[in-house]
Design a protein around this ligand. Structure first.
Ligand SMILES: [Fe+2]
Length: 250
C-alpha cells in the first residue's frame, strides 16, 4: 500500500509522535538513572553482529560471516557495502566514528507492568512486547541499518544530544543478509530526517533503513527506552496508535 492510499503524512511512514504517555514520568526518570549508573538491575543483551565493526578488517569480517553460515562471497559483498558507506558517509579520518549501541533488558518489576499497560492500551499480545533500554556512549554516526529482532516499536528518547535520525527508501531492491543488516548505500535515498524529542513517545519504523548522526562526540550518553514488537508491522502499529487517539479524544 502506498502512502497516498492511506492519506498519511509521508513522514508518518517512519516515525510519528504519538502524544500518548505509555509510561509514567517517574518510571522514565528511574530508567534513565539506572542507565546512567549502569545499574546491575539492567542485563546486557549480547548480539552476534556486534562483532563486526566499521573498522574490522576484511579477514575478521570473513571469519564472522562464515561463523554464521555465510560464504566468502557474502563477506566480499559486506566489505564492498562498507566501503561505499565509508566513502559516502565518512570514516575516523574524516572525523566520523561509529556509534555503538549497548542494549539492556530492564528489570522484571518494571518490564512486566509496562508490557501489560501497552498490551491493554494497544491491544497487542503480551508475548509480542519486549521493552529494552539502549545506551550510546560515543561516536558520531550509527551507519544505516535496519531492525534485527523487531519490526516496529515505540520509542522514547530519555536523554540525547539533539541527534538526527534519517530514514531511507530503497531506489532498487538488493540482497539482505540476516545476520548483519548492512545496506547497499548506492541504492538508498533519504526519505525523511527527524530530531526525536526527549521524554516523548514516537512510533519507530525499524524495518526501514535508518541512521543516526550527531555533530561531534556526545556531551552526554544518549539513552532511549524502546518497546519492541516482535512481528507487528509498522502499518498495523500506526493503526492501533491512531485508534487509541480516536478513543481518548471522544
Ligand atoms: Fe536502529
Amino acid at each position: 500500500m502506498t502512502t497516498e492510499d492511506k492519506n498519511l503524512n509521508p513522514q508518518e511512514n517512519f516515525f510519528y509522535e504519538t502524544g500518548i504517555d505509555f509510561v509514567s514520568q517517574d518510571t522514565l526518570n528511574e530508567l534513565l538513572e539506572m542507565a546512567l549508573n549502569l545499574s546491575p538491575e539492567l542485563s546486557f543483551i549480547n548480539r552476534p553482529w556486534r562483532k563486526i565493526a566499521y573498522n574490522s578488517t576484511p579477514k575478521i569480517i570473513e571469519e564472522v560471516v562464515k561463523e554464521h553460515g555465510g560464504t566468502t562471497r557474502d563477506a566480499r559483498e559486506f566489505v564492498r557495502r562498507r566501503l561505499i558507506m565509508a566513502r559516502e558517509l565518512g570514516t575516523p579520518a574524516d572525523g566520523v566514528s561509529e556509534i555503538v549501541i549497548d542494549q539492556y533488558r530492564i528489570p522484571k518489576r518494571i518490564a512486566e507492568p509496562l508490557a501489560k499497560e501497552v498490551s491493554m492500551l494497544l491491544d497487542i499480545p503480551l508475548k509480542e512486547i519486549d521493552p529494552i533500554v539502549q545506551i550510546q556512549k560515543e561516536g558520531t554516526l550509527l551507519y544505516p541499518h535496519n531492525g534485527h529482532a523487531r519490526n516496529s516499536s515505540i520509542f522514547c528518547l530519555l536523554q540525547g544530544n539533539g541527534e538526527e535520525t534519517t530514514w531511507y527508501d530503497e531506489t532498487e531492491p538488493f540482497k539482505m543478509f540476516d545476520m548483519y543488516r548492512i545496506p547497499d548505500y548506492s541504492k538508498l535515498k533519504v526519505a525523511t530526517i527527524a530530531k526525536l524529542q526527549e521524554m516523548k513517545w514516537s512510533t519507530f519504523n525499524h524495518h526501514a533503513w535508518h541512521s543516526v548522526a550527531r555533530k561531534g562526540q556526545p556531551e552526554r550518553w544518549r539513552v532511549n527506552l524502546n518497546i519492541d514488537f516482535a512481528s507487528l508491522s509498522y502499518d498495523d502499529l500506526m493503526e492501533k496508535i491512531k485508534n487509541v487517539r480516536k478513543t481518548s479524544s471522544t
